[in-house]
Design a protein around this ligand. Structure first.
Ligand SMILES: Nc1nc2c(ncn2[C@@H]2O[C@H](COP(=O)(O)OP(=O)(O)OP(=O)(O)O)[C@@H](O)[C@H]2O)c(=O)[nH]1
Ligand SMILES: [Mg+2]
Length: 577
């Protein structure tokens, strides 16, 4: 089978084109370094079955960050029948040289001038016939995002045999064939940058943006979640209960108070997940991440990190796992490790679910949004002190070169695909972790038989007792300790665990929580949940990516310690006040 590789500089639209050609849905985003590993797929191109490969972006052939090494290894060890060299047409003058370097290695190269829509809008014009004749390889203008020119990719293009232009000639070729206007017509980006990168207002605006996003998720998502929860309760009362009328009591308890309550309480979060990732997609594709990196670079530097680390942290708001993988773009091991150490403190969407659930049980809407915002601030704070404490252990000096892409807006299709991907991911996790967790917790709270459910003598109660001395100064009681232990596997289990422990679901469950715990205990529990290890997948990824046991060990123990200390400080203060 022929092998076609998509190669190019970062953020040029390789993954967008990959998805277009193959129907795959690898992640796309408007900052350099979204793809950090290779993705391959079999697809039909030009009537032939080929293996198509999407690769991380590279600036040249000698880069030494891990994602660039992925590309170098790939080029070295694989027979490639066709290179699609993707470039950003608006930067053709800067990106063409790498194409010629690749052409020397492998003459079967097509240059794909992507983002031709943007080039047109900027007022740049091209003489592509002349350009491809002079370069000696096909040059095909396309817009991967807007599906323009892609049929040309499939057509064979006859070539005049030109010799390889030397580097000095290259400039002349571009001058003869690409015509830049005196000033690029990119006013929108300039205007927006004047606001978002403002030295005084930039940071407050950034905080405001985050606040608005989560306020939005909160006020729109909460009612949707309640609606789902009511639907599941309705289903149970009108339909399922009748079905199970004559069933054995223990089995029925297992099915309804265990599985059904656990799973539906977690499943009620699907609308929020979709909503959250719709917004994440828009922000990721807007180019705002790079601006945030630029704004925060100075602050991050004081912490031994840089603006790129900040982008990874923001990515961690979605899920810590891809954020950890994203650290491959960092050029020194030290800064990469330090970044890996702080990422697990990013308040990910799984923790967001737990917080939304608890907050709705204890606080009114406006108050709730503020509590949530404070948890995000605490997430930053934990990152901050972790970095400050460990920056001498993982010290590095590497200047940051940041490229600010133009502002963009994702297509509806991109948004929908991302939303769907996340729901799939959620269901995948749910079917693996949550069901197992829920079953285990049901068993622990219902046995030995004959005891009151979730009482002190059940297995869960006994385990809780064992850890009680550690958790009682935090205001975290017996049964919640069990929930926390399982939350180590995945945070979604926490909510399922509440449902099983109290034998309630949905709105009845949050009402009950509001009665048995006070607000101080609830917040202390959330602080602990925020800071202790996010989930098993995160730990596994951290270990695989770093290949460093010490770092993994530090990450787990330090986060447990910090979680305890901050919950303790908060709860004791709460008791005093
Ligand atoms: N205007 C415009 N934007 C595009 C086009 N193709 C891709 N984009 C946008 O460019 C950004 C980068 O796209 P990706 O496909 O993630 O780029 P990549 O080359 O895979 O980036 P890395 O994986 O980081 O190297 C996204 O915001 C895309 O929506 C295009 O033809 N026109
Ligand atoms: Mg990519």
């Amino acid at each position: 089978m022929k092998r076609v590789a998509l190669i190019g500089m970062p953020n040029t639209g390789k993954s967008t084109l990959f998805n277009r050609i193959s129907g795959a849905s690898v992640k796309v985003g408007n900052w350099p370094g979204v793809t950090v590993d290779l993705h391959s797929v079999k697809t039909i191109l030009n009537g032939e079955l080929v293996e198509l490969i999407d690769l991380p972006g590279i600036y040249d052939l000698k880069g030494y960050s891990e994602d660039e090494i992925v590309v170098q290894d790939f080029l070295k060890n694989n027979q490639i029948d066709q290179i699609f060299y993707i470039l950003n047409s608006t930067q053709i003058d800067r990106q063409i040289e790498l194409a010629m370097d690749l052409k020397k290695m492998n003459p079967s190269i097509k240059i794909i001038a992507n983002m031709i829509d943007e080039a047109k809008a900027y007022g740049i014009t091209f003489d592509f016939d002349k350009l491809q004749a002079l370069l000696g390889c096909p040059v095909i203008p396309i817009s991967a995002k807007h599906n323009q020119g892609l049929d040309q990719l499939n057509k064979k293009i006859s070539l005049r045999n030109a010799s390889d232009p030397s580097k000095n000639d290259l400039k002349r070729i571009i001058n003869q064939t690409v015509f830049f206007p005196k000033t690029l017509n990119n006013k929108t980006t300039k205007k927006l940058d004047a606001i978002f990168l403002n030295p005084v207002f930039g940071l407050p605006i950034f905080l405001f943006v985050i606040f608005t996003v989560f306020q939005f998720v909160f006020t729109v998502g909460q009612p949707l979640q309640d609606l789902m929860a009511s639907f599941f309760t309705y289903l149970e009362q009108t339909f399922i209960n009748n079905l199970l009328l004559n069933m054995n009591v223990t089995l029925k308890s297992f099915l309804m108070e265990g599985l059904y309550a656990g799973i539906t309480t977690v499943a009620a979060f699907i609308p929020i997940i979709i909503l959250f990732f719709f917004i994440m997609t828009i922000i990721e594709d807007s180019g705002y991440f790079s601006r945030a990196a630029f704004l925060m670079d100075k602050v991050m530097e004081k912490m031994g990190l840089d603006g790129r680390a900040f982008v990874m942290m923001l990515m961690g708001f979605g899920c810590n796992v891809p954020a950890l993988m994203g650290t491959k773009i960092m050029r020194t091991k030290e800064i990469r490790f330090l970044t890996m150490l702080v990422i697990p403190f990013s308040l990910c969407s799984a923790r967001l679910q737990v917080f939304l659930f608890i907050i709705s049980a204890f606080f009114a809407a406006t108050q709730g949004a503020i509590v949530l915002f404070c948890l995000y601030l605490l997430s930053f704070f934990s990152i901050f002190i972790t970095a400050v404490i460990f920056k001498n252990k993982y010290r590095s000096h590497e200047p940051l070169v940041l490229e600010l892409p133009p502002y963009r807006f994702p297509t509806t299709k991109q948004i929908l695909i991302r939303g769907w991907q996340e729901v799939k991911h959620f269901i995948d996790r749910a079917s693996k972790f949550i069901i197992i967790g829920v079953i285990a917790i049901w068993a622990l709270t219902h046995f030995p038989e004959g005891l009151e459910v979730a009482s002190a003598d059940t297995y869960a109660g006994q385990i809780g007792n064992l850890f009680e001395p550690i958790f009682s100064p935090l205001g975290i009681e017996q049964m919640l300790i069990i929930a926390l232990i399982f939350g180590f596997i995945a945070k979604e289990i926490l909510i399922g665990a509440f449902a099983v422990i109290f034998g309630l679901e949905g709105i009845a469950l949050s009402a009950h929580l509001g009665e048995v715990f006070n607000a101080g205990q609830a917040i202390s529990f959330m602080i602990f949940t925020l800071i202790y290890t996010p989930c098993l997948s995160t730990i596994a990824t951290l270990k695989n990516e770093s290949k460093d046991r010490l770092l993994t060990f530090i990450s787990i123990t330090w986060s447990l310690m910090l979680a305890w200390l901050l919950s303790f400080a908060f709860y004791q203060l709460y008791l005093i006040v």
